[in-house]
Design a binder for this molecule. Structure first.
Ligand code: ZN
Length: 326
């Protein structure tokens, strides 16, 4: 193999061999299709200790926007990600604690590697930069929405602004995933990608549930992020089936069913329209469609915030003494 792979693998023995075999198989397929050699080398981390591994990634100055991916990684929300900034080596980080590694689900492991490797290819071809640029341009839309907002705790202007930023960055990541997966599928990795998502989604419905009552309780206790989590979790899980539906692959139905976690109706209804718009994403260079998805997501999130603000307001009117005044 001509591409140098720097391996940092915590797993030993047969498991290690299988993981490396999966990675090499995927890499070979890629080498036939894209100019992956331009990368010169790849650092591959398959780790049992994600936080510790983070020490090894030195974030270059001024790249704090990458913190959201790091945060998701440390919080174990994201079991893998790829990282590549100028002056650093292309890096793939994989959390070996996930089920697909415990059970040695070969297809799914290949799917995960194909997905992460495609992120690096997309970075190499500056495809992902386009998305980041469009996201930067939506700041005016966020300000516009903030201007319409009537503050009620915990939705103060500054905290709502941080929510909008978190939602925008996450939506960019969802779109990067859609583009990486559609391209990996066009390379013939549809079964592997499907196996990976199926493994990831199995059991989430039992594990993750957001009720309107639970969210209201959290908001009253100043835990605003619970609403953001409900919105982003539902949207994020549902982006898994988007590439399959785009390709008219019937497997999307099963993934869609698995991703259909319990969230309040208002969240589901608003996300539905975002997902519909995401289905029209064809290329990351279609800046208009990318911007449309981002603006729609911000608007829909704002609709949900307004719904809960109204509920909080009516509560405040009923029990003014029990409620904090801004
Ligand atoms: Zn990804």
């Amino acid at each position: 193999m001509s591409l140098k792979i720097e391996k940092h693998i915590d797993v030993r023995g047969r498991k290690r061999e299988i993981i490396l075999k999966a990675f090499n198989e995927v890499l070979e397929e890629f080498e036939e299709r894209v100019k992956i050699k331009k990368m010169k080398g790849i650092r591959l981390f398959v780790t049992l200790n994600p936080v510790k591994t983070c020490e090894k990634i030195i974030l270059p100055k001024g790249k704090l926007r990458r913190h959201s991916e790091l945060r998701e990684w440390i919080c174990r929300n994201s079991p893998s990600f790829s990282y590549w900034e100028r002056d650093s080596k292309p890096t793939i980080m994989v959390d070996a604690n996930q089920k697909i590694f415990r059970e040695l689900n070969y297809q799914a492991i290949k799917g995960l590697f194909a997905h992460e490797l495609m992120h690096l290819v997309d970075k190499l071809e500056k495809i992902e930069d386009n998305l980041n640029d469009v996201a930067e341009e939506t700041i005016n839309d966020i300000i516009c929405l903030l201007r319409k907002h009537k503050e009620i705790p915990p939705f103060t202007i500054d905290r709502l602004l941080s929510s909008f930023i978190r939602i925008t960055i996450s939506t960019v990541l969802f779109m990067k995933d859609i583009f990486a997966n559609t391209r990996a599928m066009s390379f013939g990795f549809d079964e592997e990608i499907y196996a990976n998502y199926k493994a990831v989604l199995e059991g989430v419905k039992e594990e993750i549930k957001f009720t309107e009552r639970g969210i209201m309780k959290a908001l009253k206790e100043d835990r605003k992020h619970i609403l953001d989590n409900a919105f982003l979790t539902y949207l994020g899980l549902n982006t898994c089936w988007i590439p399959f539906k785009m390709f008219h692959n019937e497997w999307y139905k099963e993934l869609k069913e698995l991703a259909d976690i319990k969230v309040p109706k208002i969240v589901k209804d608003n996300c539905k329209e975002i997902l519909k718009e995401m289905l029209k994403l064809r290329s990351a260079s279609d800046r208009e469609q990318v911007a449309r998805v981002l603006k729609l997501t911000q608007q829909k999130y704002f609709n949900i915030v307004r719904y809960f603000c109204k509920k909080l307001k009516s509560l405040e009117l009923c029990h003014p003494s029990s409620y904090k005044v801004l």
